[in-house]
Design a binder for this molecule. Structure first.
Ligand SMILES: Nc1ncnc2c1ncn2[C@@H]1O[C@H](COP(=O)(O)OP(=O)(O)OP(=O)(O)O)[C@@H](O)[C@H]1O
Length: 248
């Protein structure tokens, strides 16, 4: 079934059009990387698809996004922003916020367990009682991802989740995303690290000047596409069977 769909999606900020006629159909369990240069409209697209920005033409499981209540949407979609803002709460309580769509006045054992499991998955249990104001950029990034896991949604939308992460943590996050997708969750990830995208995602959507200019599997990744979208020459090779893009 189609998890997320955009039909003739347009979006403007103060009269300036940044998304133009976007048509996309993302199926349940797909792992899609959204790629493209700075300012192309990737984050805006993710915000439209997640309901953070109100746009016409977004459908979640075949139903217009505006027909869902906030709570319904929060059970379906977890959106992880580019930057998780630090606050006065502990890491544990911040991740517990992901349980809000399910929680009554007090967290249940199920809520607590979901938080503990998410912290464990991200390898940050030792930070549970630290204030989020005392974390490094990468640690904070992991807190944002843990909060999304605790939310137990059907669809994950990540905006550059590997930002601030060291190479080992980058791999862990990408493996986690692939695991989610193999469990049937839909993963939509805005990212710049083309080689990580190539290795882990199964579909690539390139945004350029607010439009989808390419959409497909590894076979669409040709040097001509990189020249068109990024204005740079690349060579596409392979290491241990994994495709690698090298800018020249
Ligand atoms: N809140 C806003 N108000 C006005 N213009 C905005 C706003 N947010 C983004 N823009 C503009 O919209 C365009 C698309 O921005 P967006 O953040 O979607 O790009 P992006 O592809 O995610 O870029 P990056 O890779 O640099 O994160 C840019 O020209 C940006 O300056």
């Amino acid at each position: 079934m189609t998890a997320v769909e955009a039909r003739n999606l347009h979006y403007s900020y103060n009269g300036t059009k940044v998304l133009k006629d976007i048509n996309l159909k993302i199926e349940d369990g797909e792992f899609v990387a959204i790629l493209g240069p700075n300012g192309a409209g990737k984050s805006t697209l993710l915000k439209c698809l997640s309901g953070i920005l109100r746009c016409n033409g977004v459908y979640i499981s075949g139903r217009p996004i505006e027909k869902y209540s906030r709570n319904e949407l929060a059970r379906l979609i977890a959106y992880v922003p580019q930057r998780t803002e630090p606050g006065f709460m502990t890491v544990f309580d911040t991740v517990l916020l992901g349980r809000r769509p399910y929680m009554g006045l007090r967290p249940s054992k199920r809520d607590i367990d979901a938080v503990k499991n998410s912290l464990k998955k991200l390898g940050i249990e030792h930070l549970a009682l630290r204030s989020t104001r005392e974390l490094s950029g990468g640690e904070l990034q992991k807190v944002g991802i843990a909060r999304a896991l605790a939310q137990e949604p059907e669809i994950f939308m990540f905006d550059e989740p590997t930002n601030n992460l060291d190479i080992r943590s980058q791999l862990e996050v990408m493996k986690l995303a692939r695991e989610l997708s193999s469990e049937g969750k839909t993963v939509i990830m805005v990212m710049h690290e083309i080689n990580l995208a190539l290795r882990f995602a199964e579909r690539f959507v390139f945004i350029f000047n607010g439009r989808v200019v390419a959409d497909g599997g590894r076979d669409i990744l040709r040097p001509a596409l990189f020249r068109e979208v990024y204005g740079t020459d690349v060579e596409i090779g392979e290491v241990r069977g994994i495709p690698v893009v090298v800018p020249l």
